[in-house]
Design a protein around this ligand. Structure first.
Ligand SMILES: [Zn+2]
Length: 385
């Protein structure tokens, strides 16, 4: 593993954007769209080649701060990459273009006072716009910490996003593992080190109840305001935001203590890889798992906090984790109830814990450092403890 960067995005609402800035967004979008066409025509995929083919022409045609042009190339190539992927799957035929007004500036192109939030964005030559970013205490907690470096600045109509970056400490060599299956209201699995393994269930702070309450409220709202679609939509959106904030807060408490305890034990955290694409022939359960917001949010929080704490994260393929027998390897192709029972060897275990066992097993098979630390096979010991 090389050095890792942790990234934090600070978003600032900006109600009135100065006209020269809005003009710059339009100009930038135009440069991106011209670059896309040039790259497409010349089958160009690298920044270096695009720069050679397009920089001189674009910088003559557009009177903007010159450093924005390479940023536009980067966005053009990203848009094209996504387009080519879709085209390969036969999903896309239209020539791609950037619809959204946008400016992306690298950290050497803008200037910000980290104490006051004063921001200077060059337009062209010596011309620039000045803005005041409305700093909250939360923003200040990052900006006043010099270990967070400035990354890129993104401007869209009504909003400015400032990215901060920090180099995370090198992940430690794991001495143990915490393998977890991510479920609707708990994380389940085991802690294993040396020859010991202990089953654990970490409740998610009644997140499911919060979601159920909000679900009822939303349904009620939709029924009451059925005549007025606009009002209903606004109220529903507000309910949705409240729900996500409440869930997020509860998850923060859980993920914080999980990562702290992993750090104390010098444990790697093993999770399912929920971003796996193209696995093909997925079960309904797996698709639901991959698309559920709280699950992705739990993983996002764990990964982010682990990177800052130097706790290694190992991701394993989630296919079959709940349907495989960790003892003999046999798979059940039918529906598994609350308890997993192996038809071949009679192994019996709570379904969620069983998935945790399989997750650990996959991690041990793919990670030598972890296999050295956790020497015994987790299954027989888990059975005895
Ligand atoms: Zn079995």
């Amino acid at each position: 593993m090389g050095t890792m960067h942790v990234v934090r995005s600070l978003a600032f609402p900006v109600e009135r954007m100065p006209a020269p800035l809005l003009g710059l967004l339009g100009e930038f979008r135009l440069i991106v769209n011209k670059s896309i066409r040039i790259a497409l025509r010349g089958d160009i995929r690298s920044r270096f080649r695009l720069s050679k083919a397009a920089y001189a022409g674009l910088s003559a045609e557009h009177d903007v701060h010159k450093k924005y042009i390479p940023s536009a190339f980067e966005i053009a190539l990203a848009v094209l990459k996504a387009y080519r992927r879709r085209a390969r799957r036969g999903k896309e035929t239209n020539v791609p273009y950037l619809r959204r007004l946008l400016l992306k500036a690298e950290n050497q192109s803008y200037w910000v006072d980290r104490e006051t939030g004063r921001l200077r964005i060059p337009i062209r030559g010596t011309e620039a716009v000045q803005l005041h970013l409305p700093l909250s205490d939360w923003h200040r907690s990052f900006l006043s910490d010099p270990s967070w470096g400035l990354g890129s600045l993104t401007v869209v109509p009504g909003k400015i996003i400032l990215v901060l970056r920090k180099e995370s400490p090198k992940a430690c060599e794991p001495a143990s593992a915490i393998a977890l299956d991510t479920n609707e209201d708990s994380l389940d699995g085991l802690i294993a080190s040396g020859r010991e393994a202990r089953l654990i269930t970490i409740p998610l702070g009644r997140v499911r109840q919060v979601q159920a309450t909000h679900f009822r409220r939303r349904r009620c709202l939709a029924r009451k305001k059925a005549q007025d679609r606009g009002v209903a939509r606004r109220l529903l959106e507000r309910e949705g935001r409240r729900e996500r904030n409440r869930v997020r807060q509860r998850l923060h408490r859980v993920t914080k203590s999980l990562v702290a305890s992993a750090k104390d034990r010098r444990a790697a955290i093993v999770l399912e890889n929920l971003t796996l694409h193209g696995a093909g022939g997925r079960s309904r359960r797996l698709n639901r798992r991959l698309s559920s917001w709280p699950r992705r949010e739990i993983h996002r929080q764990i990964e982010y906090k682990a990177a800052l704490a130097g706790v290694p994260i190992i991701k394993v393929n989630p296919a079959w984790t709940s349907k495989t027998c960790p003892v003999c390897g046999a798979r059940r192709r039918d529906r598994v109830g609350k308890v997993f029972v192996c038809l071949m060897c009679d192994w019996e275990m709570d379904r969620q814990i069983n998935a945790g066992l399989n997750i650990l097993k996959s991690a041990l098979a793919s990670n030598e450092a972890l296999a050295r630390a956790v020497r015994s096979s987790p299954v027989p010991s888990a059975m005895m403890w």
